[in-house]
Design a binder for this molecule. Structure first.
Ligand code: GLU
Length: 490
């Protein structure tokens, strides 16, 4: 028998930005499809018009692309099972709902919102009391004629059990008597999530449904719907929730960013977030922690996906980000940093080629130190600015030194640097300053700290010789001169 093509889908609702939990689901979907030579689908579940957030769709597609998760079928790319927006498939859902009605597996319900509200408040009944399930033909006709609103509900079997099979969990069995007669089509003509989801997963020939464990409670009704249609359910895989970094409770906004967009804006690389989310719920069974996309495709397996809740470790994500920053070439890193620098106004938009080349030349100086792309401005602003604000004396005068000594140091440095030729190369700079501390009877740090502050305005910078070389003789002398002036004013 031919092996069935693996078809996975990510089915977000455009009700907010792409959540990192959703991003992990999409990563696993994508990996499974790539690995098995199958297809990864993107389907937009936009049937809940009250919760629609207009810019969320653009964010979801942009964030998926940012993470490198291209879809084989879906919005923008099309495909033979479309449309991939549920709001464009209403006619299909109606057809299938009517089929269930005709087969006696679903029914029209005319109960008013007020009645349902009362029912909820009376607490006597969990969920809907099936009032309209056994209406007589006359009753129904009367209600139809009165023109009141109606929905279509599923006739859930009243007895028996429904078994849910899950690729990473033990079989789960639900008593049908505990399940509600779910609404399939709402009074506005839109399907509910449950109905559209089942119909579409079937019609789009989805083989694996990966989704968050919060959907487990809905799955028995989905299984019953598959049975009602005589369809084969897909393989369900309910992924675990994320726990907060301290392991106490669910990860929430309180603990920091929860959307892919926020991570992008905070300066994380997509490779790092991808690698991090890959390991958040899956383990390779080895010590390997760094996975390129190709390695992830080759190693991923559902068998190693863990159903227990997993702790979200920001430290690990930060570490991974540093690892991926160091893997980039200077040109790649400069390209990643550029938008952050432009946002801070440190480079123009568009960036002229010579300015970009200069930025590239700075990358080896900061690559080891940079943890987040958002930090780049702090590391390179004094390189990108022609002039810096001359630091105040409190910053210029190091601890255990005074104004007179600091002044003397910078004057000596100035004299020594003036003699270095214009190329200002690192060896010559080192040769020029190397003996100075000894001559001045001070420690090396006492020389380099005021010099560092004078030319950069900061106490932590890349190496002093590389920094001076990258700044160039003109700017270094000017800044040292300005610092001397500041000290003399004292
Ligand atoms: N639209 C649902 C969501 O936003 C999809 C859940 C599923 O994958 O079945 O989570």
């Amino acid at each position: 028998m031919d092996q069935q093509e693996v078809r996975t889908r990510f089915a977000p609702s455009p009700t907010g930005y792409l959540h990192i939990g959703g991003a992990r689901t999409a990563i696993y979907d994508w990996l499974l499809a790539k690995q098995r030579g199958g297809k990864f689908l993107l389907r937009i579940e936009d049937t809940d018009r009250n919760r629609f957030v207009p810019d969320s769709l653009a964010d979801i597609t942009a964030s998926l692309r940012w993470l490198g998760l291209d879809w084989d079928e879906g919005p923008e790319v099309g495909g033979e099972y479309g449309p991939y927006f549920q709001s464009e498939r209403l006619e299909i859902y109606h057809r299938y709902a009517e089929q269930l009605i005709n087969e006696g597996k679903a029914y029209y319900c005319y109960c008013s919102a007020e009645r349902l509200q009362e029912l909820r408040q009376s607490q006597q009944q969990v969920g809907y009391d099936r009032h309209c399930r056994e209406l007589s033909a006359e009753e129904r006709q009367q209600l139809e004629q009165s023109g009141c609103k109606k929905v279509i509900r599923f006739k859930t079997p009243l007895s028996g059990k429904t078994v849910v099979k899950d690729g990473i969990r033990d079989e789960m069995s639900f008593d049908n008597s505990t399940l509600e007669d779910l609404v399939l089509i709402k009074s506005d003509g839109f399907p509910t999530y449950h109905f559209a989801n089942v119909v579409d997963d079937h019609l789009m020939q989805v083989t694996h449904v990966l989704r968050g464990e919060e959907w487990i409670a809905s799955t028995p009704v989905h299984v019953l719907l598959y049975q009602a249609f005589g369809w084969e359910p897909p393989q369900f895989v309910h992924l675990s929730i994320f726990l907060s970094p301290d392991g106490k409770g669910k990860l929430s906004k309180r603990h920091g960013a929860t959307s892919a967009k926020e991570y992008r804006e905070q300066g994380y690389l997509p490779e790092a977030l991808f690698n991090f989310l890959l390991l958040l719920g899956w383990n390779p069974g080895t010590d390997q922690e760094i996975f390129s996309k190709e390695e992830a495709i080759a190693s991923f397996s559902l068998e190693r996906v863990n159903a227990s809740p997993v702790r979200f470790s920001t430290d690990k994500l930060n570490w991974l980000n540093g690892v991926y920053i160091r893997k980039l070439t200077p040109v790649e890193l400069a390209n990643r940093c550029l938008p952050f620098l432009q946002k801070q106004g440190l480079l123009p938009e568009p960036c002229p080629a010579d300015r970009f080349d200069y930025l590239v030349s700075l990358m080896p100086l900061v690559q080891e130190r940079l943890k987040l792309l958002t930090e780049i401005g702090d590391w390179v602003d004094f390189f990108l600015k022609e002039e810096i604000e001359t630091p105040g004396v409190e910053l210029l005068i190091p601890k255990k030194m005074d104004q007179a000594l600091t002044l003397k140091v910078l004057e000596s440095v100035y004299t020594a640097l003036e003699k270095v030729d214009d190329s200002f190369n690192e060896q010559e700079l080192e040769a020029a300053l190397h003996h100075l501390p000894e001559q001045l009877e001070i420690k090396a740090g006492q020389l380099f700290m005021p010099l560092r502050v004078a030319i950069t305005g900061k106490t932590a910078t890349p190496g002093i010789y590389e920094t001076m070389h990258a700044l160039g003789k003109g700017r270094v002398l000017k800044r040292v001169q300005a610092a001397i002036g500041r000290l003399r004013e004292e």
